[in-house]
Design a protein around this ligand. Sequence first.
Ligand SMILES: Cc1cc2nc3c(=O)[nH]c(=O)nc-3n(C[C@H](O)[C@H](O)[C@H](O)COP(=O)(O)OP(=O)(O)OC[C@H]3O[C@@H](n4cnc5c(N)ncnc54)[C@H](O)[C@@H]3O)c2cc1C
Ligand code: FES
Length: 281
Amino acid sequence: MKNLYRPIESVIEDIKPETPNITTYRFRPKEPVTFAAGQFVELTVPGVGEAPFTPSSNPNVKDTLEITIMRVGTVTAALEKMKVGDTVGLRGPYGKGYNMEDFYGKEVLIMGGGVGLAPLRSLILALFDEIDKFKKISIRYGARTPEDIVYRDLLPEWEKMKNTEVLLTIDEPHPEWSGTVGVVTVLLDGLPLLTTVDVEDLPFHAESAVACVCGPPIMLKFVNMTLLEKGFKPENIYHSMERNMSCGLGKCGHCMMGEYYICKDGPVMTAAQIAKFEDPF
Ligand SMILES: Cc1cc2nc3c(=O)[nH]c(=O)nc-3n(C[C@H](O)[C@H](O)[C@H](O)COP(=O)(O)OP(=O)(O)OC[C@H]3O[C@@H](n4cnc5c(N)ncnc54)[C@H](O)[C@@H]3O)c2cc1C
Ligand code: FES
């Protein structure tokens, strides 16, 4: 039987800086670590500790796996000191990701903030693999400043995909930025406060479209509110929930929210599932 706690040795094959504090790592596990978009893995830096991350690569690529990681503390700082050829441990995948079949025939809105575009990249790449099955893919992403934008080289490629649009915003005016300015909900407004490009009102059939959201808790809160106001159904709004996690397997209780274990029942959860909690984010 597979031991879900056992980390699989994984060699760092590539390191790509995205922003001053965010880096994408490509790992080659010694045994395949397959996952669905939205599921997470626990990454161990030997002698330091482990932390949960959602892969950012295409789930249909089975022999390697990428994770985009923001440096915040012990594990992420130790990882930043590692080099190509060094080894980490990966265990998982854990939790529930997105069920792509639920999105077939629909308009898909992707809303990301900061490093939150990382888990969504895995979903975006999986959507692109079946692009004819979706009516439209709209990727809307906000970063603090232009230099905090992740996947800068990929965004223009994504925009060229069939039935796909990419809208960006940064939090405050910046001399190198001529695009939309304002926090990410501005991309849902139709009336951005400060903008040099026109953003049309949400051209979605809100009653049937799905939205997948990932970013800092404050962003999730306001995007959730706005999408509900725009007429999105709570069961069609998917949030990536982040909680302190330990086992990742529904055993230790670190990640509990009401009756839910975020590691097992999430991390992808719908607005309908979390509606009864006063402050779910
Ligand atoms: C399901 C899941 C998926 C995740 N996916 C990703 C991912 O794809 N990419 C990614 O970069 N991160 C992701 N995270 C967050 C990541 O797990 C944490 O950033 C990581 O645990 C930090 O470990 P550390 O040892 O470096 O920091 P620690 O030493 O544990 O923390 C140091 C300090 O940073 C603070 N801190 C911890 N996490 C964060 C955070 N996310 N933002 C701001 N401050 C923080 C702590 O409160 C503490 O004060 C995910 C978390 C979960 C639960
Ligand atoms: S992390 Fe242990 S129960 Fe969820």
